[in-house]
Design a protein around this ligand. Structure first.
Ligand code: NDP
Length: 496
């Protein structure tokens, strides 16, 4: 026995490495028992309310308003009054000041917002703290910069605001989607009525306090909470000039039908079933991190999630082995714990939908892998899941699961990869992993997706336009493109 072996023999080796809990304090968040609607700069006492919960513990956090048609009407009227009483005519440089203020206040209060986002939505604190909040502030900073440069963004087209924008957002990135919607609308001189998702209203309600701090004129932004019926009332309201919707393809189609022939402008950001394509010359360890980030980030509640993994056949075994090993290291649990990688599923309804599709995958003949994982007893949880032996026709390869579930398919040639990647009714995003720059460019041209990431995944930036093809919707958010839906033009096209 060598000296080293003797020492190793005596060394106390822990039987397992675990992380001590590292919970973020909730104390920074002051919740009210009951919230109304934010209309004309005032809190409107709601006629009806419902409880909003924490999906990680099922604890009731507060009662929030369920806006009726009359309450939506009051909000639209407040937005119209603010539009006509000066907001639209304010010089762009003045509007910019408000947007800069909002951006700075969001930065100052980012910890409070991050904790509340994780509490109400179930996403890990490290994501709300490091992704949602910095990006939300960045959107306000970015569009503040455009507010006084619209003439330069669209030369010789005399850009003018559209009027009152009705904005409906989902529950996967509540504050970030609010920023994507409100920042460009205000930069262009519109006023807003926004409806957050039924399950995640709290950061939008806290945002009203940011508006108060920024001294935004009353009525420029109005927030009404409620379920789909509130959203439908906003869509139908004749006083709304433009609808911006992010959510499911099904509801997007219903809104499109409703608005046909009304002359209202519409942008739709809908679902996706993105392909994440790994070629055999890719840096595999880096690609495995990209696969994990692509599908397990935000519990897979991401419209552009890399939910279909396309692996070149020659590296299939290696990638799957590395992926399974990586999955065993993911920590699922308390969203407020800074060590958590995968938080709670947003609602019971969404958990049921994921469970149903996973059962369909098993029945259709796919092979399931789930790492050993102890889930909390209360709340809504789903173990990170990988399906192999998936045929293109299976529901898990066709339908948006919107959960931490990956379907793996294989290909032999780049042409086959393109064919399979594009074989979906959606067209929101895609990923390509290869060391060849020429192949990245070729793939990006072939893939019918609004965003194509190369050797990375799920990267967002306010300067970069985001949006889809086919059933993933139309219109772009972000970048200069994101201004157009909020403008009308004297000459040339009306901006779509
Ligand atoms: P929805 O499309 O139903 O919800 C999006 C938003 O629209 C919510 O604010 C919702 O309110 C509102 N809404 C619902 N019905 C109407 C209506 N008829 N008119 C106007 N607004 C309406 O998505 P869900 O939350 O029900 O999720 C269902 C599925 O949609 C998910 O499983 C996922 O596959 C997909 N999805 C895709 C998203 C994306 O970004 N692409 C985001 C969210 C979901 P309420 O919250 O009260 O229902």
């Amino acid at each position: 026995m060598t000296e080293l072996e003797r020492k190793q023999d005596r060394a106390p080796v822990p039987s397992e490495w675990t992380y001590a809990p590292a919970p973020e304090s909730r104390e920074i968040v002051q919740l009210q028992d009951r919230y109304g609607h934010f209309v004309g700069g005032e809190w409107l006492e709601p006629k009806q309310t419902y409880p909003t919960i924490s999906p990680a513990s099922e604890e009731v956090l507060a009662e929030v308003g369920q806006a009726t048609t009359e309450e939506v009407d009051l909000a639209v009227k407040a937005a119209r009054a603010a539009y006509e009483n000066g907001w639209a005519k304010l010089p762009g440089s003045e509007r910019a000041k408000y947007l800069f203020r909002i951006a700075r206040i969001l930065q100052e209060r980012s910890r409070e917002f991050a904790v509340l986002e994780s509490l109400n939505g179930g996403k890990p604190i490290k994501e709300s703290r490091d992704v949602d909040l910095p990006l939300a502030a960045a959107h306000f900073f970015y569009y503040a910069g455009w507010a006084d440069k619209l003439e330069y963004a669209f030369p010789n087209r005399t850009p003018k605001p559209v009027g009152v924008a009705g904005q409906i957002i989902p529950w996967n990135f509540p504050l970030l989607m609010l920023s994507w919607k409100i920042a460009p609308a205000l930069a262009c001189g519109n006023t807003v009525v926004l409806k957050p998702a039924e399950t995640t209203p709290l950061t939008a309600l806290l945002f009203c306090d940011v508006l108060r701090q920024a001294e935004l004129p009353p009525g420029v932004v109005n927030i009404v909470t409620g379920d789909g019926s509130t959203g439908a009332a906003l869509v139908k309201h004749p006083g709304v000039d433009k609808i911006a919707f992010t959510g499911s393809t099904e509801v997007g189609k219903a809104i499109q039908r409703e608005l046909a022939g009304t002359g209202k402008k519409l942008t739709l950001e809908l679902g996706g079933k993105a392909a994440n394509v790994i070629f055999d010359d890719a840096a595999l360890d880096q690609a495995v991190e990209g696969i994990v980030n692509g599908i397990y980030f935000n519990q897979g509640h991401v419209c552009c999630a890399g939910s279909r993994l396309l692996v070149q056949e020659s590296i299939y075994e290696t990638v799957i082995e590395k992926l399974k090993r990586r999955l065993t290291t993911l920590r699922v649990g308390d969203p407020l714990d800074k060590n958590t990688d995968v938080g709670a599923i947003n609602s019971k309804l969404q958990l049921d939908k994921i469970t149903e599709l996973v059962e369909a995958g098993k029945e259709e003949g796919a092979e399931i892998y789930q790492p050993p994982c102890r889930l909390p007893e209360k709340g809504y949880w789903f173990v990170p899941t990988v399906f192999t032996n998936v045929a293109q026709s299976y529901r898990i390869a066709q339908e948006e699961i919107f959960g931490p579930v990956l379907s793996v398919l294989t290909f032999r040639t780049p042409e086959e990869a393109v064919e399979k990647a594009n074989n979906t009714p959606y067209g929101l995003s895609a990923g390509v992993w290869t060391e060849k720059g020429s192949r990245i460019l070729w793939m990006a041209q072939q893939l019918r997706a609004g965003v194509v990431w190369a050797n990375t995944y799920n990267r967002f930036d306010p300067t970069s336009p985001f949006g889809g093809y086919k059933e993933s919707g139309y219109g772009r958010e972000g970048g200069k493109h994101g201004l157009e839906p909020y403008l009308k033009f004297d000459s040339g096209s009306n901006g779509g």
